[in-house]
Design a binder for this molecule. Structure first.
Ligand SMILES: Cc1cc2nc3c(=O)[nH]c(=O)nc-3n(C[C@H](O)[C@H](O)[C@H](O)COP(=O)(O)OP(=O)(O)OC[C@H]3O[C@@H](n4cnc5c(N)ncnc54)[C@H](O)[C@@H]3O)c2cc1C
Length: 167
């Protein structure tokens, strides 16, 4: 398996059998073509700030289009306070939500705070929890199926098994 890091897909041709992908270095440069049977994933996210008119009111952005803010979510233009995906930091719902709360607290002259390490930890814990719940339910189904010699689901197996025990 070959990993092509810092490389972007700039074209996909599905007209023939299989797929032809045109790729080039993320910073620009010579294009190459890859041929494949299928494309599993070709995705990425960038802050969606183009066309908002930020340049017209002079709001500063970085090279990637993120709006530059200080620790109080203030931009270089007074009264413009962006949060979430359009400012630097992880592009996560929990982060945007916490940004929003802290930003409003700052605007109201109070103390706002976001612990970004905790936001990331929380995201990882939610993912772990999700995987654990999924694994647990699969294991439970597998064990029950094996013990009872049945492929019935947990909901249908348990009442029947109880009825058998009672009878
Ligand atoms: C497919 C997908 C899956 C994701 N899964 C997760 C996940 O599992 N966990 C997680 O934490 N995060 C996830 N995210 C990321 C999460 O959705 C974002 O980080 C979060 O929504 C960012 O919040 P935001 O308020 O900055 O932006 P948004 O939620 O995008 O809100 C911006 C709003 O502004 C509106 N808007 C845009 N332009 C204008 C305009 N000119 N005028 C007025 N309104 C405008 C838009 O319509 C939108 O309602 C996922 C994102 C995607 C795309």
């Amino acid at each position: 398996m070959k990993f092509m890091l810092t490389t972007k897909v700039v074209g996909v041709d599905t007209s023939g059998n299989g797929v032809k992908l045109t790729v080039e270095p993320a910073s620009g440069g010579d294009q190459t073509t890859l041929e494949a049977d299928v494309v599993l994933v070709s995705a990425g996210r960038t802050p969606f700030t183009a066309g908002l008119g930020l340049d017209r009111i002079g709001v500063e952005t970085d090279k990637g289009g993120r709006i530059l803010v200080n620790e109080r979510f203030a931009t270089n233009v007074s009264s413009v306070y962006p949060i979430g995906d359009v400012i630097p930091g992880p592009m996560l719902a929990h982060k945007a939500e916490e940004d929003g709360v802290a930003c409003v607290e700052f605007i109201a002259g109070k103390h706002g705070h976001v612990d970004y390490d905790k936001v990331l930890e929380l995201s990882i814990h939610i993912l772990r929890l999700h995987l654990l719940v999924k694994l647990k339910s699969r294991l439970r189904h597998l064990v029950l199926s094996t013990v009872l010699g049945s492929s019935l689901s947990w909901q249908t197996v348990v009442p029947r098994r109880l009825m058998m025990l009672k009878g």
